[in-house]
Design a binder for this molecule. Structure first.
Ligand SMILES: NC(=O)c1ccc[n+]([C@@H]2O[C@H](COP(=O)([O-])OP(=O)(O)OC[C@H]3O[C@@H](n4cnc5c(N)ncnc54)[C@H](OP(=O)(O)O)[C@@H]3O)[C@@H](O)[C@H]2O)c1
Length: 304
């Protein structure tokens, strides 16, 4: 793959939406897209954090064209309000990066009683994509990108126990949500293809990166993690490269999954990422899609 992050043609006139743009990988993705010439809409839940991130980017790159949209993915009314405003404010959406995510260990739920990671990481993005996909220009350079994780590999979708209360691993619900991100991208790409769309859905994982994601990790594990960090972790800027590759490379095919190629896929050059056999199951992806339509209350490419 000949993709060079420093050799991107000017992207002026194009609009990207990055969710969770105020921190970590989303922040770095937003900064890079701004430098390439995109107008970037920062989909963030906290206005103050978003304003701070915006000012940091403008300090580093004064020409950055950034707008903030308030978006709380765990709350479906917030997603609908954000999407309505987006449709009024902009004529198109060239690149959608469904980046925001949480990792919690405490059995939290959203307002609708849905496990919080499934609601935020998957369902909020499913609904956002459903509400905005008609704004995407029918062109191969238009993209929808999901942020999955190495954590998808041990996971399955617990259809009968979405809160993962019966699961043995504490990470089951996070893994489930990241598996859902990957399988959503696959199923979306299949449905876009059947609808004769030229734009594609892709998934990426960033390897490992020390960001805000691990704030809720049990303290003991967190300290071990901090010690190992320099050996196994990407900087957030490197961790943003798979997202940037998926957004900008001309060499991608819909349904592909990218990530770092180094030891254990933690960091390194971007290439095709490994995935679990379970994640390839089209019957599960279809069932997840139908469940997502039901839980968000929105039909999405459902006649395809
Ligand atoms: N870091 C890693 O090693 C790693 C590994 C695999 C996958 N990932 C994935 O990469 C993505 C980015 O993670 P990160 O490492 O950059 O984490 P991060 O630094 O914690 O950033 C997460 C972003 O998501 C936002 N967010 C959380 N809940 C939200 C909600 N309800 N509505 C809107 N935005 C929300 C956060 O906003 P606030 O600042 O307001 O909380 C923040 O901007 C996630 O999807 C994560 O699962 C990360």
């Amino acid at each position: 793959m000949n993709f060079n992050i420093t050799d991107i043609p000017d992207q002026s006139g194009r609009i990207a939406l990055v969710t969770g743009a105020n921190n970590g990988i989303g922040f770095q993705t937003t900064l890079a897209l701004s430098k390439y010439g995109f107008k970037v809409v920062m989909g963030c839940r906290n206005k103050e954090k978003a304003e701070l991130a915006k000012s940091q980017i403008i300090k580093e790159f004064p020409k950055a064209d950034l707008e903030i949209g308030i978006l709380d993915l765990r709350n479906f009314d917030s997603v609908r309000t954000f999407a309505d405003k987006f449709k009024k404010d902009y004529k198109k959406l060239d690149v959608l990066i469904n980046n925001a995510g949480i990792l919690v260990y405490s059995g939290k739920e959203n307002e609708d009683g849905i496990e919080l990671q499934f609601a935020t990481n998957h369902l909020g993005h499913f609904l956002l994509t459903a509400l905005l996909h008609e704004m995407i220009p029918n062109d191969h350079s238009s993209r929808i990108i999901a942020l999955s994780s190495l954590a998808h590999k041990e996971a399955k979708i617990h259809f009968e126990d979405l809160k993962c209360e019966k699961a043995k691993s504490k990470d089951a619900a996070y893994g489930q949500s990241k598996l859902a991100n990957l399988m959503f991208a696959d199923e979306l790409n299949r449905r876009l293809k059947k609808a004769n769309k030229k734009f594609v859905a892709l998934a990426v994982h960033p390897g490992g990166s020390d960001s805000g994601l691990f704030d809720e990790m049990p303290k003991m594990i967190y300290y071990i993690f901090k010690v190992l960090k320099p050996f196994i972790m990407n900087t957030p800027a490197s961790a943003a490269k798979p997202s940037l590759f998926a957004a900008l490379s001309t060499e991608v095919n819909g349904g592909e999954y990218f990530g770092p190629q180094g030891f254990n896929e933690f960091k390194g050059k971007v290439g095709i990422a490994k995935r679990s056999d379970y994640s390839k199951r089209e019957d599960i992806a279809k069932r997840l899609w139908e469940l997502s339509e039901e839980l968000t209350g929105v039909p999405f490419l459902s006649t395809i």
